[in-house]
Design a binder for this molecule. Structure first.
Ligand code: 6Z2
Length: 446
């Protein structure tokens, strides 16, 4: 028992509803204790965070973690996600009252049992996926999924814990933060590339499934740089091709554009001979190819354009079966040149904008306000920049035909830029229409 003594603030009053028991574990943040909720007799697990210790160590990051976790978990109700019941703040500490899970870590379970039977692994995996799907549906990426963060209760049910590294996704915005355990990290995360969010959790789930079925990790090395090398699979093959005397940038470019030459043939031969031959239902060579249109819409409202449809100038038509999909529009032009092209196209479409940053704008467009022949920009209206307030004022046009959207240019990798358009407000079809006109202006669609 160690209920805090102290001033009778409301936090201390609330703590009197609990009787504290033994410590379950220690984290970077503080400790987790088991407690009894006196009114109901239910057992809970209480995370105790010491404000002073949090401040002295790394104020912003520690506090930020707690805020994130509590903000997200408070709203979540799912059988495979740890419940958060209440947060009690006292002057010295923050008490986070959570669901108590009787057994322990899935990690210990695997270590103890070695690899699991397929039936048991399947049950765990389905439960993990159901919890992760719930997070993603609610726009949260966990980013630190691993057996050490998964609890198994007395009935053998999985509970996802530790949302300290999670993040809220915003439609059309990419994440870059590299976090989580390196063994479970996706190639784009270890390479420091942009990611939308869910895909990094999906990768971690794959690593967990491997660990469940094999009792070992698919990528492991004591040396972190070597571990990263293993995770970036095709990177190794590229290196091998480079050792044969080809220039790296050239190899990457040719692979990306599906150009057949000595370098790419060597690459495919090496990579095919490294990986096991696909078999069974996943390796069916008679599977029907999936056909995609040239430009599509991601369900979250982001515009999808196949790689190779580069803009503004170098448009390379490709066979549909050869298209590799990316989100947004990609270009290798100078970012300032790309922005100029974008602004010119927007101006032609009578779009008004407010600059948020050099590569980020909030835009306003009225459906039907564009001139299909592109003749309207000589209206004496050469400054399309507006201030914040006028973005919400509708003058000549009907408010129902208004589309608000955001434009952001991202740097993806060396000399590659990605343009993303995101609808903020207004009918989705009008936004699609805007996108189509915009692509036509840029010369991507004809
Ligand atoms: C809830 C937490 C437990 C842990 C039982 C929260 N640990 N229940 C338990 C918890 C929690 N039960 N026996 C042994 C260890 N922890 C969610 C409040 O943070 C810590 C935790 C979390 C994930 C793990 C292991 C421990 C202690 F995988």
């Amino acid at each position: 028992m160690d209920r805090p003594q102290g001033r009778d603030s409301s936090g201390d009053m609330l703590l009197q509803n609990y009787r504290f028991g033994k410590t379950l574990g220690h984290g970077s943040f503080g400790r987790v204790k088991v407690a009894e909720h006196l009114l109901t007799g239910s057992k809970v697990a209480i995370k105790i965070l010491n404000r002073r210790r949090m401040k002295s160590r790394n104020k912003s990051s520690e506090e930020e973690k707690v805020r994130r976790e509590t903000k997200i978990c408070r709203l979540f109700v799912h059988p495979h996600i740890i419940r958060l019941y209440e947060v009690i703040e006292t002057q010295a500490e923050i008490y986070v009252v959570m669901e108590y899970v009787k057994s322990g870590e899935l990690f210990d379970y695997i270590v103890e049992k070695g690899k699991l039977q397929e039936d048991e692994a399947r049950k765990f995996f389905q439960q993990i996926i159901s919890g992760v799907e719930y997070c993603h549906r609610n726009m949260v990426v966990h980013r630190d999924l691993k057996p050490e963060n998964l609890l198994v209760d007395a009935r053998g049910n999985v509970k996802i814990a530790d949302f300290g590294l999670s993040n809220v996704m915003r439609d059309g915005h990419f994440l870059k933060t590299s976090c989580g355990s390196p063994n479970y990290a996706a190639p784009e995360v270890v390479s420091g590339n942009l990611y939308a969010g869910p895909e990094v959790d999906v990768w971690s789930c794959g690593v967990i499934l491997y660990a469940l079925l094999c009792g070992t990790l698919p990528f492991d090395d004591e040396n972190i740089p070597n571990l990263f090398k293993k995770i970036r699979i095709d990177e190794d093959v590229i290196q091998e091709v480079v050792r044969m005397g080809f220039e790296k940038q050239h190899v990457v470019e040719c692979l990306r554009n599906r150009i057949q030459n000595d370098a790419t043939v060597a690459y495919y031969l090496l990579s095919d001979n490294q990986s096991p031959v696909p078999s069974g239902y996943l390796g069916d060579q008679f599977q029907e190819p999936i056909e995609y249109g040239p430009v599509g819409m991601h369900p979250n409202g982001t515009l999808n354009v196949p790689d190779g449809h580069q803009f503004p100038q170098d448009l390379r038509p490709q066979l549909m079966s050869e298209t590799k999909w990316v989100i947004g529009l990609q270009s290798a032009a100078h970012p300032r040149e790309i922005m100029t092209q974008i602004l010119l196209a927007l101006q032609k479409l009578n779009v008004r904008w407010k600059t948020i940053g050099p590569y980020n704008m909030k835009c306003l467009w009225y459906h039907g306000s564009h001139n299909p022949k592109g003749m309207s920009s000589s209206h004496g209206q050469d400054n399309h920049c507006v201030n914040n307030e006028s973005l919400t004022i509708c003058n000549d046009y009907n408010a129902q035909s208004m589309v608000k959207f955001e434009i952001q240019l991202y740097k993806t990798e060396a000399d590659k830029y990605l343009l993303d358009l995101q609808r903020i407000q207004g009918p989705a079809f009008f936004f699609l229409d805007l996108c189509a006109h915009f692509l036509m202006q840029l010369g991507v669609l004809n």
